[in-house]
Each structure stands twice: as structure tokens, then as C-alpha cells.
Design a binder for this molecule. Sequence first.
Ligand SMILES: Cc1ncc(COP(=O)(O)OP(=O)(O)O)c(N)n1
Ligand SMILES: Cc1ncsc1CCOP(=O)(O)O
Ligand SMILES: [Mg+2]
Length: 212
Amino acid sequence: MRHPLLPPPGLYAITNGPRPDLIPAAAAALRGGAALLQYRDKTADAPRRREEAAALQALCAAHGALFVVNDDIELALACGARAVHLGEDDGDIAAARARLGDAVIGVSCYDDLERARRLAAAGADYLAFGAFFPSPTKPQARRASLDLLRDSAGLGLPRVAIGGIRPDNAAALVAAGADYLAVISDLFEAPDIAAAAAAYARLFSSARKTSA
Ligand SMILES: Cc1ncc(COP(=O)(O)OP(=O)(O)O)c(N)n1
Ligand SMILES: Cc1ncsc1CCOP(=O)(O)O
Ligand SMILES: [Mg+2]
């Protein structure tokens, strides 16, 4: 069953901090229409991470967007987030479920349909695939093909596409079945973050019109 906290298909903004203007940058992405916002910060600065996560949680609540904490179940708990994203090195779904109850648990499936099947059966709420294109943020990321998106349609869970997404390749991912487009650099390094977010958000309103 689709998790009730998951928004309709749309832009999944992922922060590229640390950056001094993190909160205004995230606010601009939300103003532009991001449906989900993930806090992705690989530093070990626990006090700053706690403070930023709490601010972003409040910001997302004000915009009606889902706030997702990357990697860190305890940080999600501490800031009241109702969603976490876990990759292969970030602990398992059962442990996250035990701590977070019925929160949204999203998982990375990379280029691996079998892993996606296994994690769907283990209780994941969405499945993320990619990198679909060369990623400036994660150049070494495993690469996935558009066929993987088509082939994962039967798994019955919302699917996220990530990795090197830009305006010129985004529509192909939506056409192949992506419910959410997870974007870091093209969004958060844009000169006008709200306008960049709005352009991604529009892809989904036109997809809905086309399929209606
Ligand atoms: C939506 C989404 N998809 C994939 C990832 C990557 O997760 P992971 O493999 O754990 O890598 P890091 O992001 O932790 O470096 C993600 N964060 N979000
Ligand atoms: C976290 C992650 N996992 C696979 S690619 C990627 C980074 C995506 O960032 P960008 O949108 O800048 O390519
Ligand atoms: Mg991770």
C-alpha cells in the first residue's frame, strides 16, 4: 500500500550542504514546488546537523512537503521527521521500523532489481534507483538504465530516480515511470532555485494532463 504520508509524484529536492544559506536555499526549493526535501549532510557536526534538521522539518511542515533525513535514524527521531532514506551502508529496514514506527522508509536500490524486490518485501515505502546519468555530486555512483525503471513498475511502490538529473533528461525518467525526481546539484546550484524547482514540478503537472 502507498504510504499515506507520501505526496503525489513530483520533485524530490536533496540538499547539498553544508552551506551557509542552507535554510533559504531549501525554502526556495519548497516555494518552487518540491514535494519532498531530504537533508543530506555528510559531516559529523552533530549540533549543527540537529539544528538544521529541526529548521528544515519546520519549513517542510509549513509548505506541506515531506521532510526526509538521509542516513541517520536517530537524527530523524530527534527532529520529529516522519521519513528517512537508507542506502546499503545505513542499517536495515527492520531496525529503522523499530525506532521510527510507521514513518516513511525509503531505500536505495542502485541498479539492482533483485535488491528492490527484497526491500519491497521487507517493508520499504519507496524505492530509489540510479544514478541514471553522470552525477556531479557522486561521480562514482553505479549507473542504472531507463529499462530498470520500466522493469520495476510491477513492484507496487513509488519509484524515485536519482543521479545527474537535469532539465534536458528529466522528462525521459518521468515517461519511464519515475514518481519522484531526486535532484541535488542542478537544483541547489541553480542561480534561481525556486525557478529551477518550478520547472521540475511542471513536468509532473504536464505528465498528469497527458495521461488524463
Ligand atoms: C532519494 C535518494 N536516493 C538515493 C540516495 C543515495 O543513498 P546512499 O546510497 O545511501 O548514498 P548517500 O546519499 O547516503 O551518499 C539518496 N540519498 N536519496
Ligand atoms: C546521492 C546519489 N546517489 C546516486 S547519485 C547521487 C547524487 C545525485 O546528485 P546530483 O543530482 O547532483 O547528480
Ligand atoms: Mg546513505
